[in-house]
Design a protein around this ligand. Structure first.
Ligand SMILES: [Mg+2]
Length: 111
């Protein structure tokens, strides 16, 4: 089956969320189970951290391990972030703006 998915040039965060919503439908992935989706995102965060670790000086890497790109793993995290936002009816741009307004009011100290 040929995918009908297309992410336009210069997408907004809403475009990413809509792409992920359609992608879940096209691939037949569950969009109902919130806990399962969180578990999948946690796995992807672990893969991202592992990929970053493998870029660090002195990091031990098994000779048979498959090197994964940080770029690809961070995209997986974005996909699950969009999916979890979709499941919970959250507009990521709106959430970001709201949270940053709160953060701007905070006093940030360095230890
Ligand atoms: Mg991954």
């Amino acid at each position: 089956m040929t995918s009908k998915l297309h992410l336009k040039e210069n997408p907004t965060i809403q475009d990413f969320q809509e792409y992920v919503r359609l992608m879940k439908i096209e691939r037949g992935f569950s969009t109902e189970d919130k806990a399962y989706e969180c578990m999948l995102m946690a796995e992807e965060v672990g893969e991202l951290f592992s990929a970053i670790r493998k870029t660090m000086q002195g990091s031990a890497i098994a000779t048979n391990s498959k090197h994964k790109d940080v770029e690809l793993e961070i995209a997986d995290v974005l996909i699950y972030l969009c999916s979890i936002a979709n499941q919970n009816g959250i507009d990521l741009e709106e959430a970001f703006r709201k949270k940053e307004e709160i953060n701007k009011q905070r006093v940030w100290n360095t230890i």
